[in-house]
Design a protein around this ligand. Sequence first.
Ligand SMILES: Cc1cc2nc3c(=O)[nH]c(=O)nc-3n(C[C@H](O)[C@H](O)[C@H](O)COP(=O)(O)OP(=O)(O)OC[C@H]3O[C@@H](n4cnc5c(N)ncnc54)[C@H](O)[C@@H]3O)c2cc1C
Length: 411
Amino acid sequence: MTTTTQSLHTALSARVTGRVVTGAAPGTCFQTGTAHRSEVTVAAGGPADVAAVLDVADRHGAPVTVHASGHGLRVPAAGGVLLDTSAMCGVGVDPATASARVGAGATWADVAAAAAPHGLRAPSGSAPSVGVAGYLSGGGLGLAVRSDGWAADHVRSIEVVDRDGVREVTGGEVFTRLRGTGPRSGEVVTAVTIGLLPADPLTGGGLVTVLGPADEPGDPAPLHAWASWTAGLPDAVTSGVSVVPYPDLPFLPPHLRGRRVLRVGVTVTGTTAEADRWLAPLRAAVGWDDDTVGPLDPVDSARVYAEPEFPHAYLGDCVLVDGLDPAALDRVATRTGPMAVTGIRHLGGAAGRAPRVPDSVRGRDAAYLVNALAPFGDGAVDPATARTEVTRILHPFTATGTHPAFRFGPA
Ligand SMILES: Cc1cc2nc3c(=O)[nH]c(=O)nc-3n(C[C@H](O)[C@H](O)[C@H](O)COP(=O)(O)OP(=O)(O)OC[C@H]3O[C@@H](n4cnc5c(N)ncnc54)[C@H](O)[C@@H]3O)c2cc1C
């Protein structure tokens, strides 16, 4: 242990209630493509711990890097203090105000579990293991974003700690920036009060079809069918599509191995009968191999997009678009090359309306968000090839902007 590390460790141990350890020791880290290299890690127990960490680090001239779940890890700690928020994971639901006070280290799974007994749900996204604070700082594109609006629209107040101490913000520049753009260096969100939504009725699931072998150009027709279907849907229907060329690996289910698979994830804020009515044209247009759309329990929301839940190394980027160029869609279905996932989320509806309290969310005027994600390492391609593949997928789309939430991996 160097003298600086020892001195940081001693000073922090004297000031905080949370665990202080030497080196980088985050509780969990979903992104394995890069790693923190801090001198010390503090599992902060609350805002007082966070204020103490900022003060001690300041006195030592040490940088502070904040870590929650690691889903959005891009710039790892290089020395200094790793401030792990995962111990601040309390969730308290107030049914009277249909809201939850959520610790910054909580995941959406924590919020969903706490809200469910009250018949409430959160404006959460595709992966329940994503952290609440990181998700909200990008705006939060939820499963029912066309019905609910962005998750940031539901935030009522934010507890934030900086060099000046702990404060609760409900308006003004900081409140606007924290909902859509994110905290500045030296600002740490420690808790959020967020409005919850009535859980019933909710319908959702996935429609799956195989486009062909993974190493051959796939049939673009189902992708075009989804794109056409999204025109003219009511706000109650939110969907996204993914195209995944699965490698032929033994740990994958036999029906996916070596196949190019298209999945439409659908969430309808309505009954199954209503969802069936809206889905009828899409169901008729494609010969689906699997259809799991039915009553959706918000605690089971991962089944809409069925994304991998194990930590891995990935790079990704995204573009916002006004429309889906048919040639760009063809390219998504027919491209061959290294394994990379293309996802398209349908925006508009409530996602396009101005929030009651101004925020800095990007994408309100976009019709779709297109993202590409390429795994690397562990038998997959090297990072440079993964980055090139992501660029190749997004390049044919006419971008009007980008979105901070869907930019992944080492910067
Ligand atoms: C599989 C997967 C699915 C996803 N699905 C969606 C989706 O449906 N909708 C959507 O909008 N986004 C989605 N995302 C993107 C996700 O919202 C972002 O990656 C988000 O940044 C993750 O936040 P985190 O806290 O979990 O991750 P972390 O990597 O721990 O944190 C992300 C960033 O936020 C900072 N940060 C975290 N907590 C704090 C805090 N308390 N104070 C200050 N800074 C903090 C960290 O320093 C880091 O820079 C998804 C990501 C993945 C990997």
